[in-house]
Design a protein. Structure first.
Length: 394
């Protein structure tokens, strides 16, 4: 199976597939439809809930989302005689005053082309995007659409099926796949990483483990869910404590050690009630040292780290954690996504000192401290601190 390069969605692309109008008729009341709901969690936080109804000719869904701000989404996917999506109409509206703007989106699939229209405020954007027949719309945290991809693959009778995701606002489709893993499980590709799904004998989605992906969510199927009640709670949270924001916001660390001016640019995920090392961050697997895009490190003077020389320049930092310690990998490739690690471009690998923090740290933090001998790089999360002493050229 050949997979094309997977584009990273812009903020616009991620926000647009998440809008909605209140429905006048509950989806659970639709006659002759297969109905259900999904609850999407990241650790102890509920990020989204969804209620859907599916017939032979239509998939309709409504969602309440908490990320990055409270929103209500409603979409209708018209299905053709093969059970593929022929047209997709989505609306979104923010739930808290002064946060976000309403948006509309439409995709019409024609053979190997998708005609896309997105309206965000006063802006209207139209695109014609190449997408293979059987492409599936992608809407943030909508698992009725993940189920749609699984059902389409099941109808083919094949154990491995390639298809395209298409998100409103994305400049191109993303190549993906559904692969059978057993009689009751499949893997579904999401931006290069697998979602592991449990399915029933009809191919319906029963639950999903997304911890191998950037999203890290766990999804449970429920018979019904009160989307309106969750929408009210999400809106109240936005008004009282502010929007949740991005799940792993970007941050920078700047420091001067000797003659070196140092900069680290990285994503900062939160613990959210989870066990981090050995779970969210698996043992013996290369980790991006943060979240989302690869962690960038810049120095304008040469550094000496555990006997290795790091010339002035820009690098990415990767970590290989183990139960007994960790290795920091300094890599020459820069600007890439955090899953695009290329070991052939490693500059150096050095061992980190591991310490236990006095109190658990909720948000992953990188720090740089000056010392009498030079400096110390700190990688800290949960109850663990990894430390690396270094010196800078004078």
């Amino acid at each position: 199976m050949v997979h094309r390069g997977i584009p990273r969605l812009t903020t616009f692309a991620l926000l647009v597939p998440t809008l909605s109008l209140l429905l006048t008729v509950p989806l659970a009341a639709q006659k002759g439809a297969d109905q259900g709901g999904f609850i999407v969690r990241l650790g102890s936080d509920t990020l989204a809930v969804e209620e859907y109804a599916r017939t032979n000719t239509k998939l309709e869904s409504q969602l309440a989302l908490r990320v990055p701000y409270a929103r209500r989404v409603h979409y209708i996917a018209a299905l053709d005689s093969a059970g593929h999506v022929a047209r997709f109409d989505l609306t979104m509206r923010p739930l808290a005053t002064g946060v976000g703007a309403p948006a509309l989106g439409t995709i019409v699939f024609r053979g190997d082309t998708a005609d896309v229209t997105v309206t965000l405020g006063d802006s209207v954007r139209q695109q014609h995007i190449a997408a293979r027949p059987g492409a599936v719309p992608l809407s943030m945290f909508s698992h009725a659409l993940v189920e749609q991809a699984i059902l389409q693959a099941r109808r083919s009778g094949e154990d491995s099926v390639a298809f395209d995701w298409l998100a409103l606002g994305s400049p191109e489709a993303s190549a993906s796949y559904v692969v059978r893993r057993g009689k009751d499980s499949v893997a579904v590709g999401l931006f290069g990483s697998p979602l592991f799904a449990k399915v029933d004998r009809r191919g319906r989605l029963l639950g999903l483990d997304g911890r191998a992906t950037t999203q890290k969510v766990v999804v449970d199927r429920v018979r019904e869910v009160d989307v309106g009640n969750f929408a009210t709670e999400f809106a109240r949270a936005d008004m009282t404590t502010g929007p949740m924001g991005q799940l792993s916001p970007r941050d920078t660390v700047r420091a001067t050690v000797g003659a070196a001016h140092l900069l680290v640019d990285y994503g900062r995920p939160r613990k959210r009630g989870r066990q981090i090392f050995g779970n969210v961050v698996p043992w013996n697997q290369v980790w991006r040292t943060g979240a989302n895009a690869a962690t960038q490190f810049t120095t304008d003077a040469a550094l000496t780290v555990a006997g290795a020389t790091i010339p002035a320049g820009r690098y990415t930092l990767w970590t290989l954690p183990r139960p007994t310690g960790a290795t920091l990998i300094i890599n020459r490739q820069t600007g890439q996504w955090g899953t695009d690690y290329d070991s052939t471009r490693d500059l150096a690998r050095v061992e980190l000192e591991r310490r236990r923090l006095a109190a658990p740290l909720d948000q992953f933090t990188i720090g740089i401290d000056s010392t009498a001998a030079g400096g110390v790089l700190r990688l800290e999360w949960d109850s663990t601190s990894f430390r690396l002493p270094f010196t800078a050229s004078r």
